[in-house]
Design a protein around this ligand. Structure first.
Ligand code: FAD
Length: 256
């Protein structure tokens, strides 16, 4: 359990806010996989201080639940987008699904000095050694993870990336990536259907490269499950070559 403070808040695009967190406790955060994520603890509105669990084992969750709501912080998962150890800085990028939802509302109002806590949750991106190319798919919640994966990828990486964002102004043309990586951006503008449906549709229609692959997909829960089903049933991909992670649920608050 590491307690930090907000150092900066920067709007990135209509549906994204970047927060830079700081504190000497960052010395204790061991950098792991490129999509490494942390539980982010932040105060509920009206709470003047942040009460963090004291245990660093998995017992933190029951410990948190025992706190009365008046003292219990919110908890949400976020990808470690960047770390600058020499400056004691860590960036997270929050997609704003609903400005009234707890994390989004907190991020939009965050000010320098506000307390925040993190707990390392590790990573899920584990490319298979036999994969000749990779398929990376996500909605806006997975944009930080996919950006971090591409930034830290070997220059030899061959990948097809499909990313969905709410609107054209959320597209990041400057994503750093190896030459062999092709990105297709999809927006939800003018479309019906849940988040993730547009990008799922784009992958289903795509002419994908032959040869053994590794897939990493994350986003609104229907996207990873839908894509996995498609790849296994329609394209004959082995389940073991797919990492799929439900990052959030439309219309349903995350637990905590
Ligand atoms: C490993 C991992 C890494 C992640 N990394 C990132 C990241 O880097 N960036 C990122 O943006 N996200 C990331 N996510 C996803 C993020 O954790 C969720 O999007 C998070 O739940 C958002 O919190 P929130 O408080 O904004 O929305 P939530 O409270 O979780 O709400 C989710 C949805 O439910 C709706 N909702 C909430 N409460 C109600 C209610 N009472 N009635 C009806 N509807 C409701 C909201 O409108 C919203 O659409 C990650 C998730 C995981 C698992």
């Amino acid at each position: 359990m590491i307690t930090l403070q907000v150092l900066r808040r920067e709007p990135v695009s209509p549906h994204f806010v970047r927060l830079t967190l700081t504190g000497s406790g960052l010395e204790h955060l061991e950098r792991s996989g490129p999509d490494q994520a942390v539980r982010l603890f932040f105060p509920r509105s009206g709470q003047s201080r942040l009460e963090m669990p004291t245990t660093s084992s998995l017992a933190w969750m029951p410990q948190l639940r025992l706190l009365p709501q008046a003292r219990r912080p919110w908890v949400r998962m976020y990808t470690v987008r960047a770390v600058r150890p020499e400056l004691h800085e860590l960036d997270v990028e929050l997609a704003l699904h609903d400005p009234a939802a707890p994390a989004a509302a907190w991020a939009l109002a965050a000010r320098p000095g506000d307390p925040v806590g993190i707990f390392d949750e590790g990573f899920t991106y584990v490319p298979r050694p036999h994969a000749e190319w990779q398929l990376l798919v996500g909605d806006e919640s997975a944009l930080p993870a996919i950006s971090a994966i591409l930034e830290r990828a070997p220059s030899s990486l061959v990948a097809r990336v499909f990313l969905e964002v709410p609107e054209a102004a959320d597209v990041r043309p400057d994503v750093v990536r190896p030459d062999g990586v092709e990105i297709l951006w999809v927006t939800r503008e003018g479309r019906d259907g849940p988040p993730g449906a547009a990008v799922l549709d784009a992958v289903m229609r795509a002419d994908l490269p032959p040869g053994p692959s590794y897939t990493w997909v994350a986003g609104e829960s229907r996207l990873p499950t839908g894509l996995r089903r498609h790849l296994v049933e329609e394209r004959g991909v082995a389940k073991s070559d797919i990492t799929f992670v439900g990052y959030w649920r439309e219309g349903r608050a995350a637990p905590g």
